[in-house]
Design a protein around this ligand. Structure first.
Ligand code: KG4
Ligand code: ZN
Length: 337
């Protein structure tokens, strides 16, 4: 079965063709990064306008690269929540019309579940496993029992991890998108130059929760308080020290959740799963007997392939959306239990 996956929830306009849920025949990602760069952040109105202008061409390019025509498609899957409402609406409206014109099913996909599913396309991992979803909008540690069965164990109580990377980079004018720049600068910095604090979240209800606003504030407003004697105040040192603590906060919770749940497998997803330090720290868990997977770099950040991949699973189980499904900016099926 061949599924077209469309992703327009934020600033990537993407369409991909995936056969039988694992063979990526094409994955076209038209990024708007350059156009949002002057504002050092994503401008929602600009994002939705660009999606409207680009979507048709991006879908056509994905079919062309896959060497098929739209007559070969069995379904159209599209990110329907959560994200920027105006941007989501472009993808959802397009997908609905496209599927209806071809008389094939249309499947609305939750962006968070798609990120969590992305690694399954390339490296199938047996369920259950601990899911680590880290992106610009979300920081979630969860138990994943099936492609559609996700129990949230912990989440951030304030900023998302990717948001913290972006805000620190923006404050110090390091470049956009922040995570990529901080990752790169960190390679040349001393991660112990600044000993930035982590959160102290007490109580059982916060056992797996995280917080990033304190770290962000310390890096932005109070960095001198945390500078080690003799350490240089350079962008590289700030980046490396921040990254070390940002990843440290997450890894502490991941280790605790693994210990408590007894799960032996871990899989990460989302834009921050592209971070080199996080990847090496997760990989290091293999020395303790865990199996660890994460998507290749292209499948970490927003892309249509993860949408098509998850769409295939729904299609196979006969779960399709009706034409009344609309876009939603909110996370509604992903509350902490
Ligand atoms: O998954 P994604 O493309 O969009 C959301 O669903 O949010 O993630 C984007 C986020 C941004 O915050 C970006 O700074 C971050 O992922 N990111 C990284 C890296 N590459 C992207 N963060 C840290 N290290 C990276 N290498
Ligand atoms: Zn995303």
């Amino acid at each position: 079965m061949i599924v077209l996956g469309i992703e327009t929830s934020c600033d990537e306009c993407s369409a991909a063709v995936v056969r039988d849920g694992h063979e990526i025949m094409s994955n076209v990602i038209a990024t708007q990064i350059e156009l949002h760069k002057p504002y050092q952040g994503v401008v929602p109105e600009l994002a939705s306008r660009l999606h409207t202008e680009w979507i048709q061409q991006v879908v056509e390019a994905s079919l062309h690269q896959a060497g098929i025509t739209n007559k070969d498609l069995d379904a159209v899957a599209v990110t329907s929540r959560p994200g920027l409402l105006g941007s989501l609406l472009v993808g959802v409206s397009f997908a609905k019309c496209y599927a209806s014109a071809l008389s094939i099913p249309f499947i609305g996909i939750d962006h968070i579940r798609a990120h969590l599913y992305a690694s399954q396309i390339e490296t199938p991992l047996e369920y259950p496993y601990l899911g680590v979803l880290v992106s610009g909008g979300h920081t979630v540690i969860c138990r994943v029992d099936d492609y559609d069965k996700v129990e949230v164990l912990g989440t951030t109580i304030d900023d998302a991890i990717g948001e913290a990377f972006d805000k620190v980079a923006k404050f110090y004018d390091l470049g956009f998108p922040g995570g990529v720049v901080i990752d790169r600068l960190s390679q040349k910095g001393d991660p112990t130059a600044f000993l930035f604090p982590g959160p102290s979240l007490d109580g059982d209800e916060h056992r797996y929760d995280m917080s990033y606003s304190g770290l962000k504030t310390a890096v932005i407003n109070q960095k001198e308080q945390f500078r080690k004697k003799g350490a240089d105040d350079t962008p590289e040192n700030i980046a490396a020290s921040f990254q070390r603590q940002a990843v440290g906060i997450l890894m502490k919770r991941v280790r605790l959740a693994l210990h408590d749940t007894g799960l032996k497998r871990v899989s990460a997803g989302g834009g921050v799963a592209a971070n080199s330090l996080l990847r090496s720290e997760l990989k290091a868990l293999e020395k303790s007997g865990y199996t660890v997977t994460f998507p290749s770099l292209k499948l970490c950040t927003d892309n249509g392939a993860m949408v098509a991949g998850l769409g295939y699973r729904y299609l196979k189980d006969g779960i399709i959306s009706d034409s009344h499904l609309s876009a939603s900016a909110r996370v509604n099926a992903f509350k902490k239990n």
